[in-house]
Design a protein around this ligand. Structure first.
Ligand code: AMP
Ligand code: FE
Ligand code: FE
Ligand code: ZN
Length: 276
């Protein structure tokens, strides 16, 4: 069992990096990656926690890039340089200015949220999930999903876009950090399958290394089609749960919601040997 897509409390997960490593070891997993949104701040802790364990730790990151429709996320797996670079710092400066504007919108609607309320909810990247979680804790909605559906998705009162980097910038950052650039959860992109294949062909031509074909958001039959595409293309195929701890309680470490245990087949040889 492996898991190449997880979030710690350095972005919108609820467990520390060490706690994720310990869970992976308890489950006798072969390999575990931590891929927090727009930050590498949790990786050193995870690396240390994995030192005397059987489980192999793969340092990662998940970057959002410009795309319409929906959102396009890129996983950087096996990155070797972990210092947050200027590009990562800049993403988080943009995030901060957007977060302050969302706080303004909420305050004008009578919700007394402050930046320090949000700062308490994560040790790293602050994003919409933290606004959602604040709204739940303060009784404005019952679930994180409700917060997104009624307030925080595109077109809703507390939604604001943010400046994200381009796909090329993300690929460049990941490659120059020594990692592999994977299209995260391709089936979440709201286009039909043929359209998706055209897009994947194009992104691979721009330098994308492969696809995360196995993911909690994907159904069994669609996963199969994507695996067929990846095999034919000869690209790197990975699998991850997108574990977020208590923030996405249906998602368990090492398994996807609809397909089950993520097998070692989805740990590409490019990421081996991974025990440093
Ligand atoms: P941001 O990058 O700040 O715009 O926030 C986007 C993040 O919110 C995504 O990466 C997801 O992890 C999370 N997200 C989006 N929609 C939902 C939802 N319905 N429920 C929970 N989390 C969500
Ligand atoms: Fe997330
Ligand atoms: Fe994602
Ligand atoms: Zn993710």
């Amino acid at each position: 069992m492996i898991d190449l897509h997880t979030h710690s409390y350095f972005s919108d997960g609820t467990f520390s990096p060490s706690a994720i490593i310990e869970k992976a070891e308890k489950l006798s997993m072969t390999a575990i990656a931590i891929t927090d949104h727009d930050t590498t701040s949790g990786l050193a802790e995870a690396q240390k926690a994995a030192e005397n364990k059987k489980v192999s730790f793969i340092p990662g990151i998940e970057l959002s890039v410009n795309h319409n429709p929906g959102e396009l996320h890129i996983l950087g797996l096996g990155i070797k340089l972990w210092d947050d670079s200027p590009i990562i710092k800049n993403i988080n400066i943009n995030r901060k200015s957007r977060n302050l504007k969302i706080i303004d919108l909420m305050n004008k609607s009578g919700l007394k949220i402050t930046y320090s309320d949000l700062r308490k909810l994560t040790k790293g990247t602050i994003g919409r999930p933290h606004f959602a979680s604040w709204m739940v804790s303060n009784g404005y909605v019952t679930t994180i999903d409700d917060a997104f559906r009624s307030y925080l998705t595109r077109g809703k009162p507390f939604y604001l876009p943010r400046d994200t980097i381009s796909l090329e910038e993300a690929i460049d950052f990941i490659h120059s950090s020594g990692g592999y650039a994977q299209i995260a959860h391709p089936l979440n992109i709201p286009v039909n399958f043929n359209n998706l294949i055209d897009k994947l062909d194009h992104w691979i031509s721009l330098g994308i290394d492969g696809i995360e074909a196995v993911h909690s958001g994907s159904k069994r039959n669609m996963t199969k089609r994507l695996l067929q595409y990846g095999t034919k293309k000869g690209c790197i195929i990975t699998g991850g749960s997108d574990f977020h701890g208590a923030n996405k309680p249906k998602i368990k470490l090492g398994r996807t919601v609809k397909v089950g245990i993520i097998s070692d087949d989805f740990l590409p040889r490019e990421l081996l040997p991974i025990k440093r």
